[in-house]
Design a protein around this ligand. Structure first.
Ligand code: GAL
Length: 715
């Protein structure tokens, strides 16, 4: 008896230590350069299931081979207390980026976050529109946690006793080098679930890790050409005549316009919504949409998915909605096919079927007081938390499917997203309206597998209007959101001409933007991204030797200056915006020669330059050998298959080559192979003349490229 007791006691001790001690998980390569580990028992519903994306393995295989970036024994995982603990090592000089769409910080090392879908609240704490649980290391790898849960992240913040390189305890009383935040050698994550799938993405470069992540999610989205034109969201109670008049004003004043967004007033009721036209403001929706399409202008409709008791679909959808309401509207359980069928059938029947080109899916993020609480239940059995983390993803996925069924691409807006959703043609926006932080969000969007627009609404001065306008032109969606202000691009007369020229520049650059988005889709490269992903970029590292201030972090990785006000736009362009009140700024040029986008003049090489561009210009620089294909300054994007002449601008002295993408620009036929890449090659002859050529059109593929001319920008 005594003997048995002894055995039981030993077994008990073993089970305790098994629960408490972390194990090193087993890794399997599931796609080229992507490894997966399963810890504990993962939940049935997760981010990748919500998004349903299919990895593009062929494209991943084309990236230079990268190895598993860690010593496997250095990764730890454990399930305890119903939660999954994960630990990944960090090197001394390593920096980490990502953890979602942050607005104020690019460097995430040292931060503590709770990743939670929400409207950004003015502080980077993990609550944001896309809290993508993916981080990228400066050492060239990425890590993704596939959980539709609120994750606690200690991104190099906790100090363990068993650290391989533990900091030494110091005496704050007398030792000046004492640090409030001692060195941490790991990213630690707590997932509130009894198991989780974890993915590691190889480089070799940090950009390659991001590319693999996007390709794993099906590749970035490919918008229709018209999506890259200009869009105006009109005041919320506009009627059909107001909209037509506004479109007429754009035309008459020579401002480009590709799509108009109607805000809540197109619906008979909103907040909660009916998803039906208001017949007093839009008596003949079909005729209205057609008239606009005939003018080359598409219609995008605002909605939030919360169903008004007065909606015609209310009764049928009600059994498939959650226990709690949002503005007293029922919340469709979009993880259920029954709810989706009723919801999207209504949109199809009433709007998409008559030619509506897209949606702005609002309020799927937060705020807590508006959305369903975490105590809500849903008929699918998925929890309120899981639906909060995936609602925007589900809305994007199934609305995209609706357009795929029509074989017409869409490009819309959404206020929430998450990991897995890179392939959906949606751009995130919000109500926060801080210009500087909008640019930091644009930079971080490239780490989070999402797109972001620094939308323009209204401004106190013409200067602010122009400065904001300059950045929205160099972003995924060139948009004025006048839902409340009613502003028009020409509303600030002192800068109206500059604004018009910028909008026209956006149109001229469409061949470049379109190809850069194609690279997002086929190669995974984010069209708008951080300098940290650019080869040859070196941030100014300021190592703080001693810690004068108790609040200061003495470690290089946290003290090095982060660059959050300049970014890369496509393969060749570096954009360095100015904000209201600034007349001059510093620009960090990566190694290699850079040239002024407007004049072609040499600007510098691997150095920090100070520029005073004047109010009219947003500083933009082009890499040596840069090729920017441009078209005429049209008021609307080319129609499906329309042939367009190109002016190819060439910068610098290095021979340049550019892969130009082509397809019909509007349908999903590219998914069946109806596209081509043509190579533009440009060089400078000994006599200083430009010599350029383009490979012939590919037989049997769409060809929209007419006459090609070459302009040497660097004289
Ligand atoms: C906000 C949204 C705005 C505008 C407004 C209309 O939630 O962020 O862009 O659409 O709703 O009520």
């Amino acid at each position: 008896m005594q003997h048995f007791k002894h055995i039981y006691f030993i077994a008990f001790l073993i089970s305790i230590s098994a629960a408490a001690s972390a194990q090193s998980p087993a890794w399997t390569e599931v796609a080229p350069g992507v490894w997966k580990a399963t810890v504990g028992k993962p939940e049935a519903f997760d981010l990748l299931k919500a998004a349903g994306s299919v990895p593009n393995k062929e494209a991943m295989a084309a990236i230079a081979k990268g190895c598993f970036p860690f010593a496997k024994a250095d990764i730890a995982a454990r399930v305890q207390d119903g939660k999954t603990y994960l630990r990944f090592p960090l090197q001394k000089e390593e920096q980490v980026y990502g953890f979602g769409l942050n607005f104020q910080t690019v460097h995430q090392r040292g931060r503590i976050l709770q990743l939670h879908v929400d409207h950004f609240g003015g502080k980077d704490n993990g609550r944001t529109h896309s809290p993508t649980p993916f981080y990228v290391s400066s050492l060239g790898y990425g890590v993704f946690i596939n959980a539709a849960r609120y994750l606690n992240v200690y991104a190099g913040a906790g100090v363990r006793k068993d650290s391989k390189d533990p900091p030494v305890a110091k005496d704050r009383n007398l030792d000046k080098s004492w640090a409030a935040r001692p060195y941490s050698d790991a990213v630690e994550i707590l997932v509130p679930a009894g198991g989780v799938e974890v993915y590691v993405f190889a480089g070799p470069s940090s950009l390659d890790a991001v590319r693999r992540f996007n390709l794993f999610n099906g590749g970035g989205c490919l918008p229709p050409r018209w999506g890259l034109g200009f869009t105006q969201r009109v005041q919320r109670l506009y009627n059909a005549d107001d909209v037509k008049k506004e479109a007429g004003d754009f035309e008459q004043k020579g401002f480009p316009l590709d799509f108009i967004g109607l805000e809540p007033g197109w619906q008979s009721k909103s907040y909660p919504c009916t998803f039906e036209w208001d017949k007093t403001r839009f008596p003949q929706p079909q005729q209205f949409v057609k008239e606009m399409l005939d003018k080359g202008i598409r219609i995008n409709l605002w909605l939030n998915p919360y169903v008004s008791p007065d909606a015609s679909i209310y009764k049928s959808i009600e059994p498939y909605t959650g226990s709690h309401t949002v503005w007293v509207g029922a919340v469709p359980d979009l993880s259920m096919p029954q709810a989706r069928r009723i919801f999207f059938d209504q949109l199809k029947k009433d709007q998409v079927g008559i030619g509506v080109s897209g949606y702005k899916i609002d309020e799927v993020d937060g705020y807590d007081h508006y959305l369903w609480p975490d105590v809500a239940t849903f008929p699918s059995g998925n929890s309120a938390e899981q639906l909060r983390q995936t609602y925007g993803v589900l809305a994007q996925r199934y609305s995209t499917d609706m357009y795929r069924q029509q074989n017409a691409r869409t490009f819309g807006l959404v206020r929430a997203s998450n990991g897995g959703a890179s392939s959906f043609p949606y751009v995130i926006y919000n109500d926060y309206y801080n210009h500087e932080d909008f640019i930091t969000a644009l930079i971080n969007s490239g780490f989070a597998g999402v797109l972001w627009t620094p939308e323009v609404r209204a401004s106190k001065t013409g200067e602010e209007w122009l400065r904001r306008f300059q950045t929205v032109i160099f972003s995924p969606m060139a948009m004025i959101n006048a839902w409340s202000s009613g502003t028009k691009p020409w509303n600030y007369p002192e800068v109206a001409e500059q604004v018009k020229q910028l909008a026209l520049l956006r149109m001229q650059m469409m061949p470049y933007w379109y190809t850069e988005f194609a690279k997002y889709h086929y190669e995974g490269t984010p069209p708008f991204r951080a300098m940290n992903l650019e080869p040859g970029f070196k941030q100014e590292v300021k190592k703080e030797a001693v810690n004068e201030n108790l609040e200061q972090n003495p470690y290089a990785e946290a003290a090095s200056k982060e660059i959050k006000d300049q970014y890369m736009a496509g393969e060749y362009l570096l954009v360095a915006p100015l904000f209201t009140g600034q007349t001059t700024r510093k620009v960090i040029l990566p190694k290699g020669k850079w040239y002024d986008f407007y004049t072609g003049a040499y600007a510098g090489n691997g150095e920090v330059i100070t520029v005073t561009p004047g109010l009219d210009k947003i500083p933009v620089y082009v890499k040596d050998g840069g090729i920017i294909p441009m078209m005429r300054a049209a008021l609307h994007a080319p129609k499906a298959g329309e042939v367009v002449d190109l002016e190819v601008r060439y910068y610098g002295e290095k021979q340049g080559a550019y892969k130009l993408y082509d397809d019909d620009g509007e349908t999903f036929n590219y998914e069946k192979g109806a596209y081509s890449w043509r190579t533009i090659t440009v060089s400078k002859e000994a006599n200083g003349q430009v010599k350029g050529s383009i490979t012939p059109p590919v037989a049997g593929k769409p060809n929209t490229i007419g006459k090609v001319t070459f302009t040497m920008m660097t004289k």
